[in-house]
Design a protein around this ligand. Sequence first.
Ligand SMILES: [Zn+2]
Ligand SMILES: [Zn+2]
Length: 341
Amino acid sequence: MNPAFERAADERVNWIKNIPFLLVHLVPFAAFYTGVKRFDVLLCIALYLSRMFFITGGYHRYFSHRAYKMGRVMQFLMAFGGATAAQKGPLWWAGHHRHHHKYSDTPEDIHSPLKGFWWSHVGWIMCNKYNATELDAIKDFAKFPELRLLNRFHLVPPIMLGVACFLAGGWSALVTGFFLSTVLVYHGTFFINSLTHLFGRRRYVTTDTSRNSLILALVTLGEGWHNNHHYYQSTANQGFFWWEIDISYYVLRVLSFFGLVHDLRTPPEHVLEANRIRDGYIDIGMFQANWAKAVTSLESARHGASAYYEQRRRAVDELVESTRAAGIRISKMSIKAPADS
Ligand SMILES: [Zn+2]
Ligand SMILES: [Zn+2]
């Protein structure tokens, strides 16, 4: 590991505290006992799609990037919807996300894949260091008392949703409809921090390793166009061209048609055409990342080389020592030998 990207002593996964989070991953296996009804599967799909929208359209594009506007009631509903995904409160989520954009793929970045894939995917969430909400980074929304309340009691919305699923369809609806979709939304969201910095193509020059991927855009309702997003962050759409499927943006367009949201920001034409890697601009983000990886390789080679020489030196020492001991035995024997004969 490149020393610059090595995790600090306080960046360790707290396994004990995360037992409930880990157990959530096991609950869907209870479907072998409860069985799975058609209703449960439909509920699972509906809760995946709706909650993924609240995360991408709400927590991400609105609360983190202010990519469009809406009234206070809608704002609260969007925050509440996001909170049902059990990914903590909107202020916590958006505050940490803003930090990611500020320090993308530098040693300061909380969840850069340069600190390791699993760390970027889920490890950083499971350590104590990032439990608190970064209120300084999210002052603009922290001024709303209802959002601070929701942020504090962030477990209430998912519990309410879980109870509603149980009342609607019993244990099997709770297990498959609620818990399975929750786990799928978790990892769909986590992919944005891990895979979208590793998998896909780069169109624009950015100082990070963000990439565009259709597959990830489908899984995450549009967040897979992550290179577009890092290049120009404040837009309601992350698919910049008509063929870049961005379902969250289509939903936002429908909501704006009904006047529920407004002022959706989109990238200006000159921004779309500028800073293209294919036009020969130096891809500084990948250059920096590859440089960091090269330093890692050199460090481990140097460490490996010194470990190898140390091992060889010890082997030679042992050989000399055993030869010397044998030599003493032989010389003793040879001294003794003439006397015996
Ligand atoms: Zn973002
Ligand atoms: Zn990113």
